[in-house]
Design a protein around this ligand. Structure first.
Ligand SMILES: [Zn+2]
Ligand SMILES: [Zn+2]
Ligand SMILES: [Zn+2]
Ligand SMILES: [Zn+2]
Ligand SMILES: [Zn+2]
Ligand SMILES: [Zn+2]
Length: 395
């Protein structure tokens, strides 16, 4: 801290730029004097606060498509609560040959076992005197459900811990939802098995913070907490894209022109899912009902991602009549045919089950799926997009 110098006069710095935290000043007068020069290099957003949205980010100038909006190193990264066995050093899937760390966790190499990121669970396990026996074939794997919680607990007493405490956890809603309560209790039991000194409330809070604020890294392999990016508002047609650097630093770029004063948004749900699936996911994990323009539009902004083919006419598309209302009928764009909400759910469940069962990497199975459902789903439907993405990946 003490080696920070004023960008204008080089005397010891008292404060920094509250936007980028990258330049420091002896006091307000020099910060003011430097602003004109610093502005182009500073972050293009400010943190705003409102009763409905809480803290959120607003563009302080026009941001061009492709331009960097923010880079944010994670406070913590680790496996998701539901995770298969993976290397706890590099968070990649385990290869055919594994290196068993002294703690019992399988890693890809001695280097990964020695990685700083692995030490919280490694030390806790060794201190407990227990040696874990991890069956890597179990999915999801119970040995990984509390690892990221342990990594959070290892931050206690640091600035990162204080930042973590400021993130929303929605503990009450989670406790009311049996699924979360059960999962969180499993994590708690595992931590107590290792003799970790932690209260149920602390575990519930950390699990909530991870669920509500966590971003999944590339290939969904891990979850990370990003204090700046956690302030991003959700939109199902976001104006930014997220990528990750090798060390899982999150990089956010504008995907369209973001005019000065507008809200900077990201999508917490998979943008390639249909409206019902996105809204269900957001309610279950983020505890809000999305009412964005795309969710409110029966055509999903013209993408027709959720629309079905009409069973009665040749070129009609059956769309939900009011996507933000529960259980409303779906109606054809060309003829009077209607489907009830229940009928649509049944159709989607049936096709969804078939999609899950399509053998991974099999071109024939993917093509059979497309042929079987081409009379029900238009090519724009998100199930069709999903299977075509898979076909492209396996080719
Ligand atoms: Zn100065
Ligand atoms: Zn700045
Ligand atoms: Zn590794
Ligand atoms: Zn270890
Ligand atoms: Zn939405
Ligand atoms: Zn029709």
């Amino acid at each position: 801290m003490s080696d920070r110098r004023c960008a204008v006069c080089a005397s010891p710095a008292a404060s920094g730029c509250s936007g980028c935290h990258a330049v420091f000043y002896c006091g307000k007068p020099h910060q003011k004097a430097h602003w004109k020069q610093h502005k182009p290099a500073c972050v293009p957003y400010k943190i705003a606060e409102s009763p409905e949205l809480g803290r959120h980010l607003l563009a302080t100038r026009n941001i061009r498509p492709g331009e960097l909006v923010l880079r944010n190193a994670p406070l913590v990264v680790g496996p998701k609560q539901f995770s298969d066995a993976l290397c706890l050093g590099c968070l990649r899937p385990l290869g055919p040959s594994v290196h068993l760390c002294q703690c019992g966790y399988p890693m890809c190499s001695p280097q990964c076992a020695a990685a700083a990121v692995h030490q919280p669970e490694c030390e806790a396990t060794r201190r407990s005197g227990r040696r874990l026996e991890v069956d890597v074939t179990v999915s999801p794997n119970p040995h990984y459900q509390a690892v990221t919680v342990l990594r959070c607990l290892a931050l206690r007493g640091t600035d990162a811990w204080r930042q973590l405490q400021q993130l929303q956890a929605h503990e009450q809603e989670r406790q009311l939802s049996g699924r979360h309560a059960e999962l969180d209790d499993h994590a708690l039991q595992f931590l107590h098995y290792l003799g970790v000194d932690v209260s149920p409330q602390e575990v519930y809070q950390i699990c909530g913070v991870l669920d509500v604020n966590g971003f999944e890294g590339p290939l969904h392999r891990a979850v990370g907490l990003y204090p700046r990016a956690a302030l991003l508002e959700h939109n199902c047609s976001p104006n930014t894209t997220r990528t990750f650097e090798e060390d899982l630093t999150l990089v956010l770029r504008a995907s369209v022109l973001i005019p000065k004063g507008s809200h900077i948004t990201t999508s917490y749900a998979d943008p390639l899912w249909g409206t019902d699936n996105r809204r269900y996911f957001l309610r279950q994990t983020k505890y809000f009902d999305c009412t964005c323009r795309r969710c409110a539009d029966p055509t999903e902004c013209g993408s027709e991602l959720s629309s079905l083919r009409c069973p009665d006419c040749s070129d009609g598309l059956v769309r939900c009549t009011a996507p933000l209302e529960p259980a409303v009928p779906w109606r054809c764009s060309q003829c009077p045919r209607e489907l009830s909400a229940t009928e649509v759910v049944q159709i989607m469940q049936h096709i969804g089950e078939q999609l899950v069962n399509v053998e991974k990497g099999s071109v024939t199975a993917a093509e059979t799926f497309i042929r079987d459902f081409t009379t029900v789903l238009p090519p724009t439907h998100f199930y069709m997009c999903d299977i075509k993405v898979r076909l492209a990946g396996s080719g």
